[in-house]
Design a protein. Structure first.
Length: 421
């Protein structure tokens, strides 16, 4: 008699999700990896950890092929987790085919496409930023003019992340540039852009809210206050600081994001929701039904005692413990303050190297992710995919983190952190 082993199936387990298989292994539970497409972007593929999996599959376009391979291997999936944005659609389909808890494939597009996302959220009573999805520059100009937004608007792809494709437009000439530059071009995931999302440019405090759900119930693992720099029409992540769960805004965002999850039919797995506070009220920017990318879970664990990856593992192997968190209206504890700083390159050239000693000398230094090797092209930073790296800070004192952030930017401006050949 054959005895099947229970496993978790991770679809595109890159970036932050590469920590899920080791987390499950800590419980003695295995995982299988599925790559959703043979031509995934290199920025994802370079972050994979294939050795942590019992096996790895490449999706050939037929979900049943994966189901059959798992069955022949004697593996019985208990759950399916979409690790990265590219894995959301296949993750929904695979969970349905395997008969395990998952999000409804019939509503996947409202979790992948910003146009359908905003419509579904608004239909669910969630405040959203007004938008138009169009392939016509003239229609965009007319719509913006009617709303009084033509002198300050945003144009971006309907599917994107990391501010890729974001362009702030102050004139019709800027609209021309956006539409001529992006229509038909590949988005960050490699798909051709058929329509662009047009919105008024809004101002307000921005937050990133990370959640984990099981059976339609959720907990908030961490919230980050996000400061961006708007330079030359782009939006650059500057400084993200962990929000104290004791702050009133944490509770406000906690309740708001629950309505977002319901409206977008996110009942299982993790989600990363971006919110802007406008006139004191939360407004949805967008949601990804996957982990927050590029995060250092060891930093979050040091600051709060847990992290989204560990909580997802709980939903798979210790569901009673997760259910108790929901019943008790659990909040993470703030043990230490934390921040993330995206390195910004102001010039192009060839990278000679990093002076990591300067970073390690900062009192709050925790870790740094460097995205380039010596000899690689160094680009001017215009989004999260053209940054030289990301620095993680942790300390008991928020003032120390502020001081280190300023010192880091001073070193960066002096050309001391990453060197151009």
């Amino acid at each position: 008699m054959r005895h099947a082993s229970e496993v978790c199936v991770v679809v595109d387990g890159y970036s932050t999700a590469n920590a899920l298989a080791p987390a499950l292994a800590g419980y003695g539970f295995g995982a299988v990896h599925v790559q959703s497409d043979p031509d995934l972007p290199q920025f994802l593929l370079r972050t994979g950890v294939d050795h942590a999996y019992l096996d790895t599959y490449l999706h050939d376009g037929d979900v049943n092929t994966i189901v059959d391979r798992l069955d022949r291997a004697g593996l019985r999936p208990r759950s399916v987790v979409a690790g990265a944005e590219t894995g959301v659609e296949l993750g929904d389909q695979l969970a349905r085919a395997l008969g395990v808890p998952g999000n409804d494939p019939a509503t996947t597009r409202c979790r992948r496409d910003k146009h359908h996302m905003a419509r579904a959220a608004a239909a669910g009573g969630v405040a959203v930023i007004p938008h138009l999805s169009t392939s016509s520059r003239d229609d965009a100009a007319e719509w913006l003019r009617a709303g009084g937004w033509l002198d300050d608007a945003v144009v971006k792809p309907r599917a994107s992340s990391g501010s890729f494709g974001f362009l702030r437009c102050r004139s019709e000439a800027d609209l021309d540039t956006a539409f001529k530059g992006w229509l038909g071009a590949p988005d960050v995931f490699g798909s051709p852009i058929g329509e662009l999302l047009v919105q008024p440019f809004m101002t307000g405090d921005e937050y990133a809210v990370n959640t984990v759900s099981a059976g339609g119930e959720y907990v908030v693992s961490d919230i980050w206050h996000t400061k961006k720099r708007h330079e030359g029409g782009t939006a650059l992540y500057d400084l993200e600081r962990l929000v104290d769960p004791g702050d009133a805004v944490f509770d406000q965002l906690h309740g708001f994001v629950g309505r977002v999850l319901d409206a977008l039919d996110i009942r299982e797995g993790t989600a990363h929701t971006e919110v802007m506070m406008i006139a004191g009220e939360p407004v949805l920017v967008e949601t990804g039904a996957r982990f927050m990318g590029s995060i250092d879970i060891s930093q979050v664990t040091e600051a709060t005692g847990t992290n989204a990856v560990q909580l997802v593992a709980e939903t798979i192997v210790a569901l009673d413990r997760f259910a108790a968190r929901v019943r008790e209206d659990w909040r993470p504890a703030l043990r230490r303050h934390a921040a993330m700083v995206q390195l910004l390159s102001r010039h192009s050239g060839t990278l000679a190297g990093y002076d990591l000693g300067l970073l390690r000398a900062l009192p709050s230094f925790h870790a740094v992710d460097t995205y380039l090797e010596a000899g690689d092209p160094l680009q001017v930073t215009v989004n999260s995919y053209t940054t030289p790296g990301l620095v993680f800070l942790v300390h008991e004192s928020p003032e120390t983190i502020s001081d280190d952030y300023r010192k880091l930017r001073e070193l960066e401006a002096a050309g001391a952190l990453f060197l151009s050949a």
